[in-house]
Ligand binder design. Structure first.
Ligand SMILES: [Zn+2]
Length: 432
């Protein structure tokens, strides 16, 4: 009798403690999640190369024909949209470079990775939200993973060193081993893993080259290594994996084939420009000297047939980019393939991004597999902002306010997961 009483009390007590469902299909609730980002993996990079493993992933899981990154189609801003579910104008990581138009300071991409003041603007990334709700999170080289958010850091975080070798296949495998250890030995629930390829190869050689095809084959072999590692570490039944990217890549159009954009052909920098972010691919911004904004805008808007120039307040709403305080008063972007050069053409890249996210060359890859994902399921194209509520759903995390919608992505996962109570609410916020 006493034993029965104790059992009932224990049952009631444990129900109170575990207010979330603790079982799913007879297994412990909420599987683990690994998100892998291959920087600059354009949506169709697997179509002119033999990629047996990427093809296999589509059979055992979900494939979207393509997905759309936010504007500006650039590494740090786009990755931070994925991990926060916020448009770039809401999360404030508006460029790869941290800059200050007052002090004229510009900080390189890799140094900016360690500058919390660039990342910590109030939009909480999922690592921290998951940790706040009792889970353990990790970031291996993922942009923003090394910053400090309201005093909190990611449980396990490795940052890229300045001399990090982007293309070393052995190092790629070592990183998978580290992540497996984090899941198995350190008890992490959610990990993001970042690779700097095929972006680097796409920049140096251009996207339509043998070198790019070679690096895609290397990625395919790495996926084979990943699947073996999941099997070896007995994580197959509890680990979901999302493989995606941050933007695509296009061939840079150069003279003499085209007339390149060089702003010093049209404006006098020393008379009109106080500060600029130019010579960084297809997108640029300018702070005019006092009283020069109208003059500068009038010249730039008709300067080159493939250059778009906007005043900040007139920038297209659909791009959800310009409303943040950090965005400079004049914004510029080139038509596909046209770099926005400043005083001289310093630019050496053969491939680039940063262009309008409507352009097919800016679209990117999406694959997902694991116990919660449907098999052999083709998803319609969607915006990467909707990955955030999907990740929250899989992890059983109540989302922060965000701009995505679980309605867009929940068809990829099994109904039992999608319909779990408590976490179905789309905490959807309209963009500012
Ligand atoms: Zn890049």
């Amino acid at each position: 009798m006493q034993t029965l009483k104790t059992a009932i009390i224990f049952f009631i007590f444990s129900t109170i403690i575990f207010c979330k469902p603790i079982f799913r299909n007879g297994k412990a609730a909420h599987n683990k999640l690994l998100v892998i980002s291959f920087d600059g993996f354009r949506w169709n990079y697997d179509q002119d190369v033999d990629t047996p493993l990427l093809d296999y992933l589509a059979e055992i899981g979900v494939k979207a024909k393509y997905i759309t990154p936010p504007f500006v189609t650039m590494t740090s801003p786009s990755h931070f949209t994925t991990i926060t579910g916020r448009w770039i104008e809401d999360h404030g990581v508006i460029h790869n470079l941290m800059f200050n138009p007052e002090t004229l300071q510009k900080i390189t991409y890799k140094k900016t990775q360690n500058m919390s003041e660039w990342w910590d603007n109030g939009a909480l990334p999922l690592w921290i939200t998951a940790q706040n709700q009792g889970l353990m999170a990790g970031s291996l080289h993922y942009p923003g993973g090394n910053a400090n958010y309201s005093g909190k850091t990611v449980n396990k975080a490795l940052a890229e060193t300045p001399d990090h070798p982007d293309s070393d296949e052995n190092e790629w495998r070592d990183n998978i081993d580290i992540v497996m250890k984090w899941f198995n030995e350190d008890g992490l629930d959610f990990v993001t893993l970042y690779y700097g390829e095929p972006d680097k190869t796409g920049h140096i050689y251009g996207p339509e080259t043998e070198q790019r095809k070679t690096i895609i084959k290397q990625i395919d072999r790495t996926i084979s290594y990943l699947l073996e590692a999941i099997e070896k570490n007995k994580l197959k039944d509890k680990l979901n994996v999302i493989i995606t990217s941050d933007h695509g890549m296009t061939t840079v159009k150069k003279a003499p084939a085209v007339q390149e954009i060089r702003l010093s052909n049209y404006i006098n920098f020393s008379d009109t420009v106080k500060f600029d972010i130019l010579d960084y691919g297809g997108f640029g911004m300018i702070t005019p000297k006092e009283g020069k904004e109208e003059e500068l805008y009038q010249v730039l808007k008709d300067a080159h047939p493939h250059l778009k120039a906007y005043k900040k307040q007139e920038f297209p709403e659909r791009l959800h980019y310009s409303k943040h305080d950090r965005v400079l008063p004049i914004l510029l972007y080139g038509d596909l393939g046209y770099s926005v050069n400043g005083r001289v053409i310093l630019y050496v890249n053969k491939g680039d991004h940063g262009f309008d996210n409507n352009e097919m060359d800016m679209k990117m890859i999406f694959r997902a597999f694991g116990p919660d994902f449907k098999k052999n399921y083709t998803a319609e194209p969607f915006d990467s902002i909707h990955i955030y509520p999907l990740m929250c759903k899989i992890l059983g995390v109540i989302p922060e306010p965000h701009n995505g919608s679980i309605a867009v992505t929940q068809d990829m996962i099994f109904t039992a997961v999608a319909e779990e109570p408590g976490e179905t609410n789309d905490n959807n916020e309209k963009s500012k």
